[in-house]
Write a protein of this length. Structure first.
Lengths: 338, 261, 294
């Protein structure tokens, strides 16, 4: 319980740090006044229009989006680790991210555009890529009407390789600028976060994550192995398919809106297990809080480290998360936590 | 309690089980014995519904296995598998709690978990991390878990299936585990089906032994009837002598050293 | 350990805001000085995105109004002192706004489009100018920027100068075949095909692009280079530096077999001058044509 209070406090603290820090300097006081005036209070404070715009149109949406994506990626990681009964599993295993990358590469390099939805072409294509690769993996892992998890892993490897080849082809065809775009896309960014994306993310990240919370009990049982789970009354097929569909929606839409952000899905559930133990009824809510905090912190770093320019967030999550994770790993190997 | 008829099971053209009948009644401990590859574990998997037989039917309490609602079935039938996959750092008591999955609303879960841990002698380990336990300790934790799964007030007889529950255990815990199984059969009217390698354990604790050989039911009956040098020789192709236990008079099998060496 | 993490963050954020504040002070003083000298100018502070856009603004004599640029702006030298707001394809909205621009002039290849939209939405005018890498594109770009900055006359002067410079290009009887190699270190060599800035510049200088089979930049293939048999090999200065010396380049497979390598006809020119299609386009073509005479 103390851990949860701490995680909540961490998230709130980071949210305020995120509101009040960035290339344009806005004082905490001005932040408060801008927020108050936005929700309808009459404040006698000289609010700078640019500051108001920066806070309301840039920082708040990107803060909220970073929290939602971080929480979504982390919960997806926890669900995948449960599905594969392996603490090292990651949403990337079933080809979701590589499918999305291929979709994005096609749009960037071939210049495709969806009529009337030109603006959304890239995220839509990335999402479709994620869905298609997931469907392929699901189909290929069916054996005698059952989803075989080991087949899913193998199919995921194959789909990853195929999508990777497709992306490679696009890289080959790309011109200099397109190549840059593609590279930057794969490194992820919250720079373009807008309110409409925040609203969309609520539908495709928050709601599926909420459903994921209800799977936590069954997920515990899945960890005993499929045979045992069946004997304990878990409807395996239903759970397995629900997990894959949820993860596909959450990760597919996260990747399509913000690009590839590695490491969060793998690391956060791990950290949570160190904090609250292996019980998914605790791990999953903790992942939501810690995942949101971690990605928010990374975004904060990404936009303050080399001001006024911005660092791709994918690099920050890996560069900060990697050594941090290794440190924890070596610390815990002694205590044999996993 | 459990009624399996004409069970056959094939993988490709290879017959693993051939036309097996099995009836188990509440209060009885049935040991499934036989040489390696005789089909013991396969039979257990078929009658627990994990494998679909290529022919034959399995009924639990007169209802066909496939017709059961798996949630309801989970409250009257539990299976302890030989191997367990758990590779996450759960606490021991959390693992046993997993057995209470079919009863999300029960208020007695904590008490039951405690009791079951006590029965297998693991109550002092309850705050330990499961992944740090030895193989035998893990096996006992899982036994506690399947016992917890069936623990419920109702008087309906339960079905407990154990696949080689003693494989990783030392002498005293082998005895302890089978003692628990037989207690549940006698006092709680459980039907217990246990796959055993050790004929002496089967002789000491079971009411009935079923001998499988090459996927077929060879012989079945009370230990004193089927544990004869002739039958054992037919099944295991080894000469033995059958003695009698000084306390219980149950059979004790020793290898016949005079002719085998 | 999480507390440490949090502390680390608060530390970073503190130090950031302090440096930010100093930078701002400096900017404010400089802008107030500007205000004294040019009181009537409607547009005081420019953020420029794109190397040739920046170069054009400076050529128009408005360089002192530029307060921040993107990472591709490298000429003239004064630019290097200005704050960078990221590569022009991946700009940071807040970074641009932190320079308090009164106008943002951006190549129309700038992005991401979300950031461009955000800037406009917050109320800073952002104008996108042509990014076409041709002579016509260069003239259009100069005209666009000049009219934005009320410097139409100066703009026409630059264009006239470019045309004047281009007259110095000597067209040889037989146009030499020139192969452009885009390099970022060994193993990353690409060759410029048709419809590239390099091909356009080679043509302006009276040469013929050695590769006519494809468009854009493609990874170098040793055999196809031998078939292309270029008389000259052209690189950017930074590209050649990334490979080492000319001798290192001559040892590379395929290249060593070309007439260009046998006669040691390797040309390197400044990146932005050669490929930027800014105000120096005419000079670049003239210089290249001179080098192609040797």
């Amino acid at each position: 319980m103390r851990t949860f209070v701490f995680l909540c406090a961490l998230l709130v603290a980071l949210t305020f740090l995120s509101f009040s820090n960035g290339a344009v300097s806005i004082s905490v006081t001005e932040c408060m006044y801008i927020l108050l005036s936005t929700i309808g209070f009459d404040v006698s404070y000289p609010i700078n229009n640019i500051h108001q715009g920066v806070l309301l149109e840039i920082r708040i949406p990107r803060t909220i989006l970073a929290i939602m994506v971080g929480a979504g990626l982390s919960i997806s990681g926890a669900l995948m680790q449960g599905l594969f009964r392996n603490p090292l599993a990651d949403p990337g295993l079933v080809g979701i991210s590589s499918g999305a990358a291929l979709g994005a590469a096609l749009v960037i390099v071939l210049g495709w555009s969806i009529p009337f939805l030109e603006y959304w072409t890239l995220p839509i294509a990335a999402f479709i890529g994620a869905v298609i690769s997931t469907i392929c993996v699901m189909r290929l892992s069916q054996m005698g009407g059952k989803t075989v998890v080991t087949n899913m892993l193998l199919a995921g490897i194959a789909i990853n390789a195929i999508a990777g080849a497709g992306t490679g082809l696009m890289v080959y065809l790309a011109e200099e600028d397109q190549l840059r775009d593609l590279t930057f896309w794969t490194l992820g960014s919250f720079g373009g976060a807008k309110w409409i994306e925040v609203q969309l993310a609520f539908l495709v990240i928050v709601i599926p994550s909420f459903i994921g919370l209800f799977l936590s009990r069954s997920l515990n049982i899945m960890l005993l192995g499929e045979a045992q789970a069946h004997m304990l009354g878990v409807s395996l097929e239903k759970i397995k398919k629900t997990i894959v569909v949820l993860v596909c929606i959450i990760v597919g839409s996260s990747v399509s809106m913000t690009g590839m952000i590695g490491f969060v899905g793998l690391v956060v559930p791990h950290l949570c297990r160190m904090l609250v133990g292996a019980d998914n009824r605790k791990v999953i809510p903790a992942s939501i809080l810690l995942g949101g905090s971690l990605l928010l912190a990374s975004d904060l770093l990404s936009r303050t480290l080399i001001m006024p320019a911005e660092f791709p967030i994918g690099i920050v999550t890996s560069i900060v998360g990697g050594p941090f994770f290794l440190m924890l790993l070596s610390m815990n190997q002694k205590n044999q936590v996993w | 309690m459990l009624c399996a008829k004409n069970i056959s099971y094939e993988i490709g053209t290879k017959k693993i089980l051939h036309n097996i009948h099995l009836d188990v009644v509440p209060g009885e401990v049935v040991a499934i014995c036989g040489p390696n590859g005789a089909g013991k574990s396969s039979l257990l998997k078929v009658i627990s519904g994990e494998l679909k037989p290529s022919a034959g039917t399995v009924h639990v309490r007169d209802i066909e296995l496939l017709q059961w609602d798996i949630k309801k079935l989970a409250t009257i039938r539990a299976v302890l598998h030989q191997e367990s996959f758990l590779s996450f750092p759960f606490l021991v008591e959390e693992v046993v709690h997993l057995g209470r999955y079919p009863y999300p609303k029960s208020t007695k879960n904590d008490v039951i978990v405690e009791e079951c841990l006590e029965k297998v002698g693991m109550q002092s380990y309850k705050k330990r991390t499961y992944t740090s336990l030895s193989g035998g300790e893990k096996q006992r934790v899982h036994l506690a878990r399947v016992l917890a799964q069936l623990e419920e007030e109702s008087v309906i007889p339960k079905l407990l299936m154990l696949d080689e529950p003693t494989s990783a255990l030392d002498l005293s815990h082998q005895e302890g585990t089978l003692h628990i199984a037989s207690q549940y059969a006698k006092n709680n009217n459980y039907a217990v089906i246990v796959v055993l390698h050790d004929l002496n354990l089967a002789a000491a604790w079971s009411d009935r032994i079923i001998f499988l050989k090459e996927g077929m039911l060879h012989t079945q009956g009370a230990p004193s009837q089927v544990l004869t040098p002739e039958i054992i020789s037919q099944i295991y192709n080894i000469k033995t002598r059958v003695l009698h236990h000084p306390d219980t008079n149950r059979p004790v099998i020793v290898v016949d050293r005079s002719s085998n060496t | 350990m999480l507390t440490t993490f949090l502390l680390l963050f608060s530390f970073i954020s503190c130090s950031d805001s302090s440096t930010d504040a100093t930078a701002q002070q400096a900017q404010e003083t400089s802008s107030s000085e500007e205000a004294k000298t040019k009181p009537a100018e409607p547009q005081q502070r420019i953020v420029s995105l794109g190397g040739s856009v920046t170069e054009t603004i400076f050529a128009l004599g408005e360089g002192d109004r530029v307060v921040a640029v993107d990472a591709s702006s490298l000429y003239p030298e004064d630019v290097l002192k200005l704050p960078k707001v990221g590569y022009y394809r991946q700009i940071s909205t807040e970074g641009i706004l932190s320079a308090k621009p009164s106008i943002v002039i951006a190549s129309d290849a700038s992005g991401p489009k979300e950031s461009i939209e955000q800037i406009a939405k917050i109320g800073v005018p952002i104008t996108q100018v042509s990014s076409e890498k041709t002579l016509a594109g260069t003239e259009k770009r100069i005209q666009q920027i000049a009219s934005l900055l009320n410097k139409k006359k100066e703009g026409e002067k630059i264009i006239a100068q470019i045309r004047e410079d281009l007259k110095l290009v000597q067209k040889p009887e037989k146009s030499p075949k020139v192969l452009f190699i885009y390099a970022r270190g060994i193993g990353t060599l690409s060759v410029g095909g048709k419809n590239t800035a390099s091909s356009e510049m080679i043509t302006l200088a009276g040469g013929t692009n050695a590769v006519q089979e494809y468009e854009g930049y493609k990874p170098l293939n040793a055999e196809s280079i031998i078939i292309a048999a270029p008389d000259y090999i052209l690189l950017t200065t930074r590209g050649l530096d990334s490979l080492g010396t000319i001798d290192d380049l001559l040892k590379l497979k395929g290249i060593s077999e070309t007439p260009a390598a046998k006669n040691k006809r390797i040309i390197s020119m400044d990146d932005l001058m050669l490929l930027g299609f800014g105000p120096r386009t005419g000079k670049a073509a003239a210089e290249l044509s001179k080098l192609l005479q040797k």
